[in-house]
Design a protein. Sequence first.
Length: 585
Amino acid sequence: MANSEIRQCQSCKNTFEIDAQDFQFYEKIKVPPPTWCPECRNIRRMTWREDHTLYKSVCALCKKPTLSIYAPEGPFTVYCRECWWSDKWDSLDYGREYDFSRPFFSQFRELIEAVPRAALTGTGLVNSEYCHASQDLKSCYLVFWGYRSQNVQYSFAPIFSRDSCDMFTVENSDHAYEASHSNRLYRTRFAYFSEDCMDSAFLWSCAGCSDCFGCVNLRKQKYSIFNQQFSKEEYLKQMEYWDLGSHTRLEEAKDKFKKLLLSVPQRYSRSVNAVNCSGDVIRDAKNCQSCFSVVSGAENCKYIYFGGLGIKDSYDMSSGGNMSELNYEIMGLTAAQRVFFSVGGGDYRDVYYSTWPDHSSNMFGSAFIRHKKYCILNKQYSPSEYEVMVAKIKKHMDEMPYVDQRGRVYKYGEFFPSELSAFAYNESAAMSWYPKTKQEALSQGFSWKDVPAKERQATTRASDLPDHIRDVKDDILEETILCAHQGKCNEQCGTAFRLTATELNFYREMNLALPRFCPNCRLVQRKTWDRKCQCAGKISENSVYENTARHEHGESPCGESFQTTFSPERFEIIYCDKCYKAEFF
């Protein structure tokens, strides 16, 4: 068995480790070890999937207007969702012979420019035409990467949820608002890393709480306000003041909640029922290392980002799962087995270097193929011809590798080069996880698309909106509201936005002040860093928090190392799992 090795990343030039278990996995799936570090591999995959940028476009087949994830001036053939899923065209009509005189990746880019692609993806969408990359949604609006949800708006990755708005990776929730990385919420607003909570607002790392407001690190509590216990009568009287229908009171609550959050330690990882796992936001998983936002039955995986629902024995996946196994270097797929270096699609197996195969198998370098087998560059072969060709192409990729503009070499075993993606860096999923300025992106070899001037003109400013939701009239639906950022941010600000009738009714029902920022600016961003426990023995390193219990390390600093989503520049006090549990469990 191979020993662990330290290697230098071909992209960022930093060192990274490939351990013995990694070598076993690469040998099992017959691929060479990676030449890029885990973070650079994740960024490279994410540049091949869109995030939440939408354009007005026209279907190249039926000529009807459509929303699209592709800029209309691009070189790609784009069909509306209905035409793309129809029988009016055949992906094999774009098949071509493999050219052994040219690098594989150059040929693949030409193929994906020619084969029609869906303006928006998703299946089982009922009354949810403005949603993308989702499955089984009903009456949803501007939902991305959603799954089996209903009446949800402006959300990313809602799963089994309904009647909610502005959520980021939230599961099994009803009437939730501004929630992130949470599970089983009901009538709860501004909840982060919390579960099994109801009738509450401003919760951080709380579990089993109800009728709580502005609370941090609580378990099975009721009638608490900013971590102070009240009787039911006192709680209800206090809550008359904390009326979140008022924007002024809402901002006051946010400020006080933040101050409390910064005054107490935070656990470095928000993981629940994660056996032998490392990373963050892991739930109901086993043997998953360096994984982030992984849920519901993941097992024996490494370097998974936004995955779950039964994914097993896989490495390097950026979004996806749903009963997938034995996959490597993939981006955004479901129900897949033995899939390598591929993007999008579902219900397929034994696929290499392909994009959006659907209900297919035995593919190499194919694009947007449905219900087919044994295809290379969208040309179909017999099973025996296919196996011979695949072996020759793998050898050819090693002998004639693709070299990108920065001199990085792509042999067999490397994911697609970012410079061949259909998306600029700031259009891709990489921007949300690894935000960069235009100058940073260009200096690192990524492309950038300047945001065109918005056509719509604001008719009112966010600062001019009524303070309280009860004073908002129905004619607000006719207004175009200038975002409080006014386009002066690095979050792809929409500059101006409008409210939908469903959204307005939701704010009224939940007694919430109208938002002052556009949907893009309300999205959550996250990243991971190497940190050390900030428990200094009796107190925290910054002397803000005094420990209430004796820890295993006594009066000496803990210093345990871990990966966390809290950046070093932030002011929260971060404790390791043992120190955190000593204080709050």
